[in-house]
Design a protein around this ligand. Structure first.
Ligand SMILES: Cc1ncc(COP(=O)(O)O)c(C=O)c1O
Length: 390
């Protein structure tokens, strides 16, 4: 398989391509879907072959993959992230938004404050609000096109009602790979305010050369008694539709409470998601990810240099993720105008910056997890839509 192979996803009940017209008014016929965070690539061949083997066998009864499943996860974390995970620390949820919901449900109460570093992945705030908890926005500082945290300001913001802080590591959007010092500072912040720290590391495999992702327990081993780790193979291997993610809880007391809540709701993983996970987390999977990263790296280089050439537009240099975060503030246009130009003139469906919370107002998020030809097409269309600025 080549990442350049164009795959038509129209008419496959796919959120990204089939919902862009009803949601954004971007025509299905000739629109470019660059919003939802999945990629337009097939999953690795060896994963697809395994799923085919399952359906060819044809008996889709109850399974027990526990040992090979946790072995594969532990192998991946050890080999790719230098992180030792105990098998009993691993829980499987219906994806990581569900994992966040389960953690809120288990460890917090209605009315509790949940800290987010904004702008950040929009589903966090949605789940927090729907669970009757309060979003506490700690806005990141945009220092010359790079997000940083300002803990003096965040300390002053805390009221004592906060119970949990959610970190997105690497960060979506903005693509920061947090340094050891920054992770240490987040851990200290959690400690200072007696907060549980939920670290969503779903993008941990999609890190570009020159940067190293450090799992939170490696950066701050002293805070594992308040740590909830979230990881998943879904972004890495493009299998998000299988809705399988891991909540990894090092502390036995927190783990016991989580296990009880999972049991009360009788939550159990499905066989395809587990099989895809245990197959993907393998040497073949590692080789596929290395190829994917080289491809995405070229996509981001191409896209960023084209964006930089349009006066007033600026793409945050991605250290990780395939989600380009483009700032339109330099154009002097209001939000309605730059959005109209992207959606209606360039016919590109993107995520609106406002949905990521305070600080996202002048941004749109473009998904670069697609074939190079589509990146080139998007660049041509943006050059035309903003041609008057040249
Ligand atoms: C930080 C983060 N967490 C979670 C998710 C979604 O996870 P899932 O599909 O497993 O619910 C995303 C998807 O973009 C994400 O960016």
């Amino acid at each position: 398989m080549s990442f350049d192979d164009l795959i038509d996803r129209h008419g496959t009940f796919c959120s990204k391509w089939d919902m862009m017209e009803p949601i954004y008014g971007v025509p299905a016929q000739d629109g470019l879907a660059m919003w939802v965070a999945d990629m337009d690539f097939r999953a690795p061949d060896h994963v697809l072959a395994k799923l085919r083997e399952m359906t060819d066998h044809g008996v889709l009864g109850y399974v027990n993959y526990d040992k090979p499943y946790t072995d594969a996860i532990r192998w991946w974390m050890r080999n790719r992230h230098d992180w030792d995970v105990a098998p009993e620390a691993i829980f499987t949820t219906t994806g990581l938004v569900n994992g966040v919901g389960m953690c809120l449900d288990t460890f917090t109460q209605p009315g509790d404050g949940i800290v987010l570093f904004t702008p950040v992945y929009h589903a966090f705030a949605k789940v927090i609000r729907n669970a009757g908890r309060q979003v506490v926005e700690c806005q990141m500082v945009n220092t010359d096109g790079r997000y940083e945290m300002d803990f003096a300001a965040y300390d002053a913001q805390m009221t004592g009602n906060e119970r949990m802080v959610i970190l997105c590591s690497p960060h979506n959007p903005g693509g920061r790979v947090w340094t050891r010092e920054e992770l240490r500072a987040v851990a200290d912040f959690a400690k200072r305010h007696d907060l549980l720290l939920l670290s969503d590391e779903i993008h941990h495999d999609l890190v570009y050369p020159g940067h190293t992702h450090i799992p939170m327990p490696n950066a701050a081993p002293d805070i594992v008694d308040r740590l909830l780790m979230l990881t998943a193979p879904s972004k890495t291997f493009n299998i998000a539709g299988l809705h399988t993610g891991q909540v990894i809880i090092p502390d036995p007391e927190l783990r016991g409470r989580f296990a009880k809540r999972m049991a009360a709701l009788s939550l159990a993983p499905n066989s395809t998601g587990q099989m895809a996970t245990l197959t993907a987390y393998s040497p073949e999977g590692a080789e596929w990810v290395d190829g994917l990263l080289a491809y995405l790296d070229e996509n981001r280089r191409l896209f960023d240099s084209a964006i930089a050439a349009i006066p007033g537009l600026r793409s945050m240099p991605l250290e990780a993720t395939y989600l380009a975060w483009v700032d339109f503030s330099g154009t002097g246009m209001d939000r309605a105008e730059f959005t109209e130009r992207v959606e209606q003139q360039a016919k590109i469906a993107v995520n609106h910056g406002t949905s990521f919370g305070t600080g996202g107002e002048s941004f749109l998020r473009f998904n670069l997890g697609t074939q190079r030809a589509r990146i080139e097409e998007a660049i041509d269309r943006l050059n035309q839509a903003f041609g008057d600025l040249q």
